[in-house]
Design a protein around this ligand. Sequence first.
Ligand SMILES: Nc1nc2c(ncn2[C@@H]2O[C@H](COP(=O)(O)OP(=O)(O)OP(=O)(O)O)[C@@H](O)[C@H]2O)c(=O)[nH]1
Ligand SMILES: [Mg+2]
Length: 340
Amino acid sequence: MKFLDEAKIFLQSGAGGNGCVSFRREKFIEYGGPDGGDGGNGGNVVFRAVNNKNTLIDFRYKQHFKASRGKNGAGKKKKGASGTVLIIEVPCGTSVYTDDKSTKLLELNTEFEEFTFLKGGKGGFGNYKFKSSRNVAPKKSNPGEMGTEAWVRLRLNLIADVGIIGLPNAGKSSFLKSVTNANPKIANYPFTTLYPNLGVINYDNFSELVIADIPGIIKNANAGVGLGIKFLGHIEKCKFLLHFIDCSKKNILLNYKIIREELTKYGPKVSKKKEIIVLTKSDLMNKNMIKKNITKLEKKINNKVLSISINDINSIIVLKNLLLSEKNKNNKLASKKWSP
Ligand SMILES: Nc1nc2c(ncn2[C@@H]2O[C@H](COP(=O)(O)OP(=O)(O)OP(=O)(O)O)[C@@H](O)[C@H]2O)c(=O)[nH]1
Ligand SMILES: [Mg+2]
C-alpha cells in the first residue's frame, strides 16, 4: 500500500432545499389556505477518525467532496428530505489545517472521534409559515440557504506506542516483521524503507502494542540529506522510542550520537522522549565483544543498553516484553496526571 501523509481537499456542505408555495385544494374545502412545506436542510460535512486507515492515500485519487443538498418542500406541508451527511474518514492522528497551513483547525486522535466541519444550509420556509391574520394566502416562500465550502489541508501524524529510529540498515524493519504481522520490505542496502510502516504486537494476555518503523535517518538529515527528517513527525505521538544501532558497525557511539543530534535538531517533541537503546545483529559478533560494547556504551551515555538478533528468538521475546512493561508504566503515569 502506498503512503501519503499530506493532502489538500475541497469540501462543500449541501445547500438547503427551497420552501414551497402551494395552496390546499380539496373538494368541498374552500379557501384551503397555504400548505407549502419547508425545504430540507443541506447535508453536513463531518470528519471521522478510523483505525483501519494508516495513510491519506485515498485523497490522492479524490479531492472534491460535496454533501448532497436538501430536497425542496412540497404541497400538503411536506418538508423536503435533508441532504445526507457526508462523512470523511481519516486515519487517527490526522490534523486539519487551513489552506495556507497557518492555522490548525482540528485534530482527530481516537477512533470514531467525529467533528462536524461544515454545516449544511438551512431549508427555506414554505408559504404556510408566512400565513398571518393580515395575509392568509401568502405567495411567498424562502429559498434554501447556500452550503459552505472550504479548501483544507490534511496532515497525518501516525499514532503508535513505540517508534523505531536508527541509521539505515540497522535492522528496524526486520524487528517489526519478526514481532508483528506487518510485512515491510527488508534488504541489505540503506533506505529500504521509504515510508513509515505500522505493526501491532499481540501479547498472550491480549495486550496490544503498536510500533512504527520509520525510514532511516543519517547525518544532516535535518538539512534534507537522505530522506530528511520529516518522518520524525510520525513518532511525535509515540510514548517512547526504540533506538536501534547495528553492533557490527565500527563506531557504535558515534552512530548513536548522529541520531541523537538529528533528534535534537528536530525538536523537543521527539528528542525529549524516553528511548530504549538496542544493539542489533548481535549474531554477527562474539558474545564477549557484545558485552564489552554494551558496558562501554552504557558508561558513555549513562543509559541501559540491550542487544538483540533476529536469529535469537529469546532476545526478541525479552525486548517484546520490555516494550509492554514500558507502555504500561507510561499508561500509569498518564492516568496519574489526569486524576483529580
Ligand atoms: N545477521 C543479521 N542480519 C540482520 C539482523 N537484522 C536485520 N538484518 C539484516 O540487515 C539488513 C537490513 O535490515 P532492515 O530490517 O531492512 O534494516 P532497516 O533498519 O529497516 O533499514 P532501512 O529501511 O534502510 O532504514 C537486511 O539484510 C537484514 O536481513 C540480525 O539480527 N542479524
Ligand atoms: Mg527498513
